[in-house]
Design a protein around this ligand. Sequence first.
Ligand code: UD1
Length: 436
Amino acid sequence: MFFMQESMPKLLIQGGKPLRGEVRISGAKNAALPVLCAALLTRETLAIRNIPQLNDVTTMLALLTQMGVSIKTETNNAIELSVENLTCLTAPYEMVKTMRAAILVLGPLLARAGEATISLPGGCAIGMRPVDQHIKGLEAMGAEITIKHGYIHAVAKKLRGTRIVMDIVTVTGTENLMMAATLAQGTTIIENAAREPEVIDLANCLNAMGAKVRGAGSDIITIEGVSTLHGAMHTVMPDRIETGTFLAAACATGGDIFLKETNARLLDAVLDKLTEAGAGIQSGDNWIHLKMNTKPRAVNLRTAPYPAFPTDMQAQFMSLNCVADGTAIITETIFENRLMHVQELKRMNADIKVEGHTAIIRGITQLDGANVMATDLRASASLIIAGLVAQGVTVIDRIYHLDRGYEAIEEKLSALGAHIKRAVGNSCDLARTAEW
Ligand code: UD1
């Protein structure tokens, strides 16, 4: 076990360099994953552009291949998927446990093949994350669902359109039901739907394939079922969380960065908080420029479904607040266990107290570089930001979380002047001998 820890790659960061320069934002992970699953809905070819190169994408492609999808890689970020015949209707435990978004094959398989067997995702580091709303919605559409031996088995000769009122706002839940409803008989109305931009991106892709989806981006989505969907070409939207992560990093380090191929309109709540923290922000159609001339000011925030502040940006703002002037209060309302990065930030000398789902952060002058461990994807990003502002070297362990969701992050940060690299070895030795 000890040997395994040593052989796993770690990220080394020498803090103290402000981020400066230009960087291209990748396609959104959370938009790419559902769009890949949409390929299951048609026999024809779905061409997808701006696909990010991420481990979650690789896992999803492996799952789809196993189901009979053929994949043609055009370039690094462009692929074509086609599935004339579905050869397997099962998403096995091994895949669902590595990537919960695998649940997104449930709706499309059921709609096209009338049957699906998907491993129950189970809890994960940040919370219980049940899928009861996905199941409830599909049952309302006429599916017979049984749960046995840890698997959801769903059968429906033909799904029927109906009115579904979601008990809570769920992003992948809304996406699963929206995909299932495209091929159902009659009209489906999803109320209390998620309004996230990734839901709109998926609706745009489905409509390009011949679906009749209206209202995506509002809390009522109407889907008129059609008998078949056809091939299409879709370009994945920019990643608003990657965008926000770079902006928070530049704000924390006193940087000056220009992000291209992104969209400021996707992250109003995040830009408002960065402005409140003291950043100067300008944006155009597909770019954002952030300049930070002062020490950041503490900003309070509360996560909530879109268009409010995203839970996927909470950890990054925690790090920003660690070095801000004043005291901030952050409340996490979406996931019950998403403050695990606090313990790691405290190892870097951060002054944070947690009460329930709320963290109280008292800004300090300087974080100290330390050996820390990433606990989930966005927690990894928060530790990178902390490492970038800390004095000395930070070594981040378990960065496999990071590779699930950030494309070429060291390359991008290095290009902005950060001292960051990947290395294998014992954390203490790596910290002692790190050189740039
Ligand atoms: C998606 C995003 C994830 C983001 C999250 C919240 C993808 C691939 N992932 O995850 O990055 O952090 O939205 O913005 O898009 N819930 C239930 N029952 C359900 C479904 C969800 O109780 O059937 C609960 C969850 O436990 C959580 C809340 O609803 O507390 C929101 O979860 P949800 O929006 O479903 O998150 P995901 O779609 O899994």
